[in-house]
Design a protein around this ligand. Structure first.
Ligand code: PMV
Length: 329
């Protein structure tokens, strides 16, 4: 195989119906289906070069060598691509997030989606979108949803090849905004890979998982009908249900801070006063406020005025992961 390199860009995403818990941890087969929106303004650009001159995989993230645990996780993902392509050449991975490091925005979804698309192209593999999504899933479950564009659904599937995400509506279907309210920049103590494994320890988990397909179907209907009130009610319910599972796991995971609750309370107050905005929260303390484009500046200004808010980022819907460059060297 000649030395070849490729660069890809992939957006982060915010889940409306969350993925939490696996039915197979090794393959990252989810306990429930999930639905999300790609975030076009928060993305990762990754270059992968398979180079016969290298002895082992090298990984640089945001201009710094990755720590050994991250390097090993990325290297494990490159192994999946190499196995599929039938070669053993080591790779150099250079990845950059356009959002500030420590902004509390998880980079695993955009990171593993961009890594998958770049590594497959650099290995000379031509895979269909569903295959790329299923492969990205192995690096980080939510990365499967950053491969297709716009509003995407990760179907549970029956096994490795059938558990992938697909687009349910393009980015321009609905001009929603995600107003990300940052109340902490600290690195989370328990990452989501470990958190998924703890979910089964909560008695609430099975109840959430049993309800998830119907929640997703209702949320998708509201999304396709552009009904923010119906969709917003469901996304808040699911986010709180996921955090209830986290808080009742053993050991419990409390990701919320007092400022998290303060943003929730404020959003409820704004809504009661006529501003349509709904919250969701990932595995961390920061709050994502979902609203229509016309109200985003108002939501952002109000959020900036809340005590304990460190920063606010606003994102539009985003497209599919894409290859931007590919060549031999
Ligand atoms: O892809 P992971 O393993 O980082 O899990 C993501 C989990 C949540 O962000 C909490 C929910 C989701 O569906 O994105």
């Amino acid at each position: 195989m000649p030395n070849r390199k490729a660069t890809a860009i992939a957006c982060s995403n915010i889940a409306f119906i969350k993925y939490w818990g696996n039915r197979d941890d090794a393959l990252r087969l989810p306990a429930n289906p999930s639905l999300s929106l790609n975030l076009g303004d928060l993305y990762t650009t990754t270059t992968v070069a398979f180079d016969k001159g290298l002895e082992k995989d090298e990984v640089t993230i945001d201009d710094r060598p990755a720590d050994e645990a991250t390097r090993a996780r990325v290297s494990g993902h490159l192994d999946l691509v190499r196995q599929r392509a039938g070669h053993h050449t080591a790779g150099r991975v250079v990845s950059r997030n356009n959002f500030p490091a420590g902004a509390g925005i998880a980079s695993s979804a955009s990171g593993f989606a961009a890594l998958t698309v770049a590594a497959c192209a650099a290995a000379g593999l031509e895979l269909a979108e569903a295959e790329l999504s299923a492969l990205a899933r192995r690096g980080s479950g939510s990365a499967s949803r950053s491969v297709p564009g716009g509003y995407t659904e990760w179907v549970m599937g029956k096994g490795n090849a059938t558990s992938f995400a697909r687009s349910v509506a393009p980015p321009d279907h609905w001009g929603l905004r995600d107003v990300v309210v940052i109340v902490s920049r600290e690195h989370k103590v328990v990452g989501s890979s470990r958190g998924h494994g703890l979910a089964v320890g909560s008695r609430l988990h099975m109840s959430r998982v049993a309800a998830a397909p119907a929640m997703l179907a209702a949320c998708k209907r509201a999304l396709l009908a552009r009904d923010l009130e119906a969709m917003g009610t469901l996304i808040e319910q699911d986010a709180v249900m996921m955090h209830a599972v986290m808080m009742t796991s053993r050991p419990p995971l409390y990701y919320w801070l007092p400022a998290t609750m303060a943003v929730i309370k404020a959003a409820q107050g704004w809504r009661a006063a006529g501003l349509p905005v709904y919250f969701t929260i990932d595995a961390g303390p920061n709050v994502h406020l979902i609203c229509e484009a016309a109200r985003a500046t108002e939501v952002e200004t109000r959020a900036r005025g809340l005590p304990g808010v460190l920063d606010v980022l606003v994102s539009r819907p985003g497209g599919a992961a894409r290859l931007v460059e590919e060549h031999l060297f």
